[in-house]
Design a protein around this ligand. Structure first.
Ligand SMILES: NC(=O)c1ccc[n+]([C@@H]2O[C@H](COP(=O)([O-])OP(=O)(O)OC[C@H]3O[C@@H](n4cnc5c(N)ncnc54)[C@H](OP(=O)(O)O)[C@@H]3O)[C@@H](O)[C@H]2O)c1
Ligand SMILES: [Zn+2]
Ligand SMILES: [Zn+2]
Length: 334
């Protein structure tokens, strides 16, 4: 067994504290990463807020890890020892179901999340299956690259997998951790890009990220029939009629924000306009590797505020208030 240091809580949004845990050594197909840094995603908050059974181990969030491989299982190529890698929301899949074999691993029924039922990246070390531990290409700054592993690849998926045309007009609703990367990626993809925000104070920054224009969310009803793709990273209840009406014929609303309330969509505009609604959970290892090299090539980097891991409670409290431009990265050692 290996002793690791983690920042965990007892669920229900309680503060995190520094603790020690023991974990088994890597299985044949696993690697152990020494965590150098880890981004704080909004999804971590939901996880830390869940009620926890009295006898359950602490909740350890963190799934935007940059780390170095310090131990490997028997089936892992020894060349991976010492490699600088990233790890996102998924830490393993079965490798033999039809989804895994056809490169759609996020649909694997037995996927293991980095943070569900196991300690995640707000720790000294984190374990994962080798396929999901992605080598970091040169040209990316390891100290800011962590958010690409969840936020980045999550917003890459709607562009890449749907084969979005560079002539498309893409709107990004919610310019936060996910959204600020979506704006940069859609711009580099060649698209016309509109950042749709509730925060007029972000306008200049959204333009500097590459948006061609900024639209206030409250004024979306002025943009009827405009967008070929909406990447919605907001998890709030929106004026859904206005959102749908802003789609161009044949357009797609791609919902990424984990909206807790039902999304009431009228069917008629979808039928008449040949519209579609899609959603997705993060993306595959192959797409993560593609995203990392795309970002290295286009100079796309997360805008981060780096804090020591011991300041994680401050980061959580500020993220809850929306007080971050645009992602916290907690730097080790834990
Ligand atoms: N599908 C997936 O695989 C996946 C992966 C990661 C995260 N997520 C989910 O995606 C969502 C966003 O995550 P994140 O880390 O980007 O969060 P975040 O950094 O907190 O950004 C969320 C953005 O939502 C916007 N917003 C805030 N209040 C709003 C309101 N009242 N109405 C409309 N929009 C509002 C803000 O942008 P403006 O200031 O520009 O309005 C804010 O920056 C979360 O629900 C998270 O759980 C999903
Ligand atoms: Zn995430
Ligand atoms: Zn599988």
């Amino acid at each position: 067994m290996t002793t690791i240091t983690v920042w965990g809580n007892r669920g229900s949004g309680s503060p995190l504290s520094r603790q020690e845990l023991t974990i088994a050594p890597p299985g044949p197909d696993e690697v152990l990463l020494e965590v150098l840094s880890c981004g704080l995603c909004h999804s971590d908050l939901g996880h830390l807020d869940e009620p926890l059974a009295a006898d359950a181990p602490p909740v350890v969030a963190g799934h935007e890890v940059i780390g170095r491989v310090v131990a490997i299982g028997s089936d892992v190529d020894p060349a991976r020892h010492g490699q600088l890698c990233g790890l996102g929301f998924i830490a393993g899949t079965c490798r033999h179901c039809s989804y895994c074999l056809s490169g759609r691993q996020t649909l694997c029924a037995s996927f293991e999340s980095t943070i569900l039922g196991r300690p995640g990246g707000f720790a000294s070390h984190v374990k994962a299956h080798q396929d999901w531990v992605i080598p970091l290409p040169g040209g990316l700054d390891p100290s800011s690259a962590g958010p690409l592993l969840c936020a980045g690849v999550t917003v890459f998926e709607p562009l890449f997998s749907a084969g979005v045309s560079p002539t498309a007009h893409v709107a990004v609703i919610g310019v936060g951790g996910l959204g600020h990367l979506a704006v940069q990626l859609a711009r580099a993809w060649g698209c016309e890009v509109t950042g749709v925000t509730t925060s007029s104070s972000k306008s200049a920054e959204i333009l500097s990220l590459g948006a061609h224009q900024v639209q206030l969310l409250s004024e979306l009803n002025q943009r009827q029939g405009t967008y070929d793709l909406i990447i919605n990273t907001s998890d709030h209840a929106l004026d859904w009629d206005a959102v749908v009406a802003s789609l161009a014929p044949g357009g797609c609303l791609h919902q990424l924000g984990l909206c807790a309330t039902p999304i009431p969509l009228r069917l008629f505009p979808f039928v008449k306009g040949n519209l579609s609604f899609r959603s997705s959970l993060t993306s595959t290892p192959a797409n993560t590797a593609r995203l990392l090299s795309f970002c290295a090539r286009h100079g796309i980097r997360p805008l981060v505020e780096v804090l020591p891991m011991a300041a994680i409670n401050t980061a959580i409290e500020r993220l809850r208030r929306g007080d971050v431009r645009y992602r916290f990265v907690l730097q080790g050692p834990a």
